[in-house]
Design a protein around this ligand. Sequence first.
Ligand SMILES: [Zn+2]
Length: 295
Amino acid sequence: MRKEVRWERMFPDELEAAFDACPAVYFTYGLCEPHGPQNTVGLDALKAHAIACRAAETHGGIVAPPDYWHIHEHGMYANWAYRSVGEVRSWLTAMPAWQHFKNICYHVRAADALGFHAAIFLTGHYGPNWQDLKTLLSLIQPHFAMRLYGLPDFEANTPGFDGQGNGGDHAGRVETSLLWALEPDCVDMSRMPETDTEEPHFAMGANAFESDRRIGERMVNDEVAWLGQKMQELLAAYAEADISDRQPVTFEEVERIWAETVSPTLKTFETMKDPDESPPEDSQWFQQCKIPELP
Ligand SMILES: [Zn+2]
């Protein structure tokens, strides 16, 4: 029987049935970004979206359209790119932190207005953005009835690649194995570089040579179980809360929440801090490294 969980590919009657069975939604984030010569550039969102789909297929819920635009080029990301990508064409689909987080506020609003009870926000892209995601959701939670939880997928990847909690990397053995298990057409190990050639290899992790599709499958199952458990906790918290006065939040109210609650604290977000050290001025990563003054 057809078991579709991807919001954009579902018919209205399927959405209603899925919602009635489990009023939970997953939002997934990542960007096109260098991930070594062996992985397609969309790894982060491909990974997060596919894991969320497996979680919804197994435990119930609906998966929102993935967001392939994420934070890069400024703050610490500029320095990272200077070291790990270098002066090549990056194929990034980047946007600044403040825009990404404002978009998330609108994603929350849309799902809350539709009546979902619980939402998980899963980022496949790392750096410090996941810390800010948690901060953002805790700031805006009081304004929404729907229960919110944000995480990088590596938080759910336990016990990790080696059983010792090693659940995250950048285009190394963890991410390559995960993508290999989830989207086999998007990993090509024959594109791996020679071991003794000079780095960086388009931001490939040094241990990518240890990638293993079957370990990837096991880690996917671990993440799916973790997410299913977390979603149950959120649904239970919603069931216990007093939501008798639940009202959809308007666009205007989102703008007010942003202006009054989020904007004043934005400067303290990890992704909104200038890099400790700037890339050299002749690097393509210099121009956007400093966070501009926002109006
Ligand atoms: Zn990645």
